[in-house]
Design a protein around this ligand. Structure first.
Ligand SMILES: [Zn+2]
Length: 209
């Protein structure tokens, strides 16, 4: 599903970069877990010893519990991306809150973890929704670098979308479900390039707990 940055307002609480001047990158993967691509992403991350943040859909966690557990056992941060990936304008604040709560309960039942971070589907969040999500205790994370991998582009194009925008504290948006064969192709090159440039990968809650 497309997570193109659209019209999140500057007044809405939430981070777009990590608050750091160190050479740290927050790599994130949305819309999983699935049975096909998320395990491949996990294999690659494990090979490089890289820890990241997975913004998971409750419905996907419910359908793929063993992959969700693998995310947590591997030391990655598991976070909340709603239950059904709605557009912000299609849900009231209380409906969105219900989706988030149901997702948190499912993640907790399946993995034992209670996610504290939320990323709005499509990067869309209305002011009142943002206020209620923050009041419920969630940290809200957007991103600063969009790989555009959801669109089914090939691996080299994904790497080319990411690398020129790297900076200290950048939050990189990828997906681990959907049309993301290109993501699996890109990931080893992207990680190796970032490491050669002196960056280190962190979970979002490593820097901004
Ligand atoms: Zn998404």
């Amino acid at each position: 599903m497309q997570d193109g940055a659209r019209w999140h307002h500057e007044a809405i609480p939430g981070i777009r970069v990590l608050p750091t001047s160190d050479r740290l990158l927050g790599m994130t993967f949305d819309d999983g877990p699935d049975a096909e691509f998320t395990p491949k992403v996990l294999d690659i991350l494990e090979r490089y010893g890289v820890r990241v943040t997975f913004f998971c859909l409750g419905a996907q966690v419910d359908a793929n519990p063993s992959v969700a557990r693998r995310i947590v056992f591997a030391g990655h941060q598991i976070a909340n991306h709603s239950w059904s990936h709605p557009h912000a304008e299609d849900v009231t604040p209380s409906e969105l809150l219900r989706e988030i709560a149901q997702t948190t309960e499912t993640i907790h039942r399946v993995t034992g973890e209670r996610p504290r971070w939320f990323r709005p589907p499509y990067g869309e969040l209305l002011t009142e929704q943002a206020r209620e999500v923050a009041a419920a205790g969630y940290r809200i994370a957007f991103w600063s670098v969009d790989s555009l991998d959801w669109s089914g582009i090939p691996g080299p194009q994904i790497v080319a979308n990411v690398v020129p925008s790297l900076q200290n504290g950048a939050i990189l948006l990828h997906h681990s479900a959907g049309h993301v064969a290109g993501t699996v192709d890109a990931l080893p090159y992207e990680i190796e390039l970032c490491l050669r440039l002196g960056y280190r990968f962190v979970r979002l809650d490593d820097v901004d707990a």
